[in-house]
Design a binder for this molecule. Sequence first.
Ligand SMILES: *Cc1c(COP(=O)(O)O)cnc(C)c1O
Length: 455
Amino acid sequence: MSEIPYKIYLSENEIPTAWYNVRADMKNKPAPLLNPGTGEPLKVEDLYPIFCEELCKQEMNNTDQWIDIPGEIVDFYKMYRPSPLVRAYCLEKALDTPAHIYYKFEGNNTSGSHKLNSAIAQAYYAKKQGLKGVTTETGAGQWGTALSMSTAYFGLDCQVYMVKVSYEQKPFRREVMRTYGATVTPSPSMTTNVGRKINEEFPGTDGSLGCAISEAVEAATSQEGYRYVLGSVLSQVLLHQSVIGLEAKAALDKYGIKADTIIGCAGGGSNLGGLISPFVGQMLRGEADYEIIAVEPASCPSLTRGSYVYDFCDTGRVCPLAKMYTLGSDFMPAPNHAGGLRYHGMSSIVSQLYDDGYIKARSVKQTDVFAAATQFARVEGILPAPESSHAIKVAIDEALKCKETGEAKNIVFGLTGTGYFDLVAYQKYNDGVMDDYIPTDEDIAKSLAKCPKIG
Ligand SMILES: *Cc1c(COP(=O)(O)O)cnc(C)c1O
């Protein structure tokens, strides 16, 4: 057995005290957000009615490499961070691979995912600005849970618009949020103009993330003392998630391990962006090289089959326009059980890095993902979230390639969360009734045709 422990823990004093802003090192900056009405680039003040001021500044910050993490946030991080970097000895043995596999485990908090890293920061800035509360959307429920934990901690009101199908299918998630004091409304609802309009146009609809975003934004802008917060996609969220990568890198450095391949699942791109940020920073500065792989579901393949264009971020088209790899804001992904990966677009930072060739992307089929999840759970003990299992699947594929070539690569992947609320999906897989719908080229072309024509 090697000297590297099963779990590399950092001490509390090694929690990062500044977030790393990868945009500062990017030569090609992510494209600016545009006003959906005029098509002009947004100024920071234009965002103030929607987001907290400090977060608007972070959203627009392309220059500061490091942004201090306020002490109150570091104190909260101490309750569940540093998260362990685990050497997957048992998985390596089961695969009989010469590769060394490591995973950064972010599921060790009640929300069950990495989303708490940004939720606590966004709640902190809302509190500091003297707001009464925040509104948001949630799909699978991880983000809403993380946010309600954070608003409870700072004594803020929290209004969550939950995609109707998840609201009905995941009553337990809903109760966790309510236990932390949040109000949870199934979306589309009759409480907003945009919700009423969507309900009228599509009676009986199951709802979608894009539609819940429109409702949450309307709720924030129509109530005094409220702002909207978002769990992924935005550059501020990637910034907060850089704690994942900073800790992972510190843990590897401690044992003199140089990662070769870094793998993360990509929904809106925040966990992947956060995990890879300090490593990509080295690539951008010409200090080191890594192979970075973003993994997305074959049912919602924005990087591998989307276009890099300006698009709407929400179905109601009230949000700023963002240039990103997108499938079109009307794209309705087939019901995939990795709810956190069903967004039509991708972070503008991840999109630009992908376009510039720093990141590769791969899409994987749902049943293959659950096979990998099952294999992982049986040897490593943790029941992984379906989203995270996309990264597991590709980590296993890469480790098996090493078995053929004999290379002892260091593979690092992000294990973003646990799957206790996804047991209906596991049940489908275990019963052999899970499907693998992959959109046709026509499906994608149809929704892409509706992107705004800009540039
Ligand atoms: C939300 C979520 C994701 C995907 O979101 P990103 O913004 O792409 O990171 C992945 N894993 C889990 C467990 C999630 O909850």
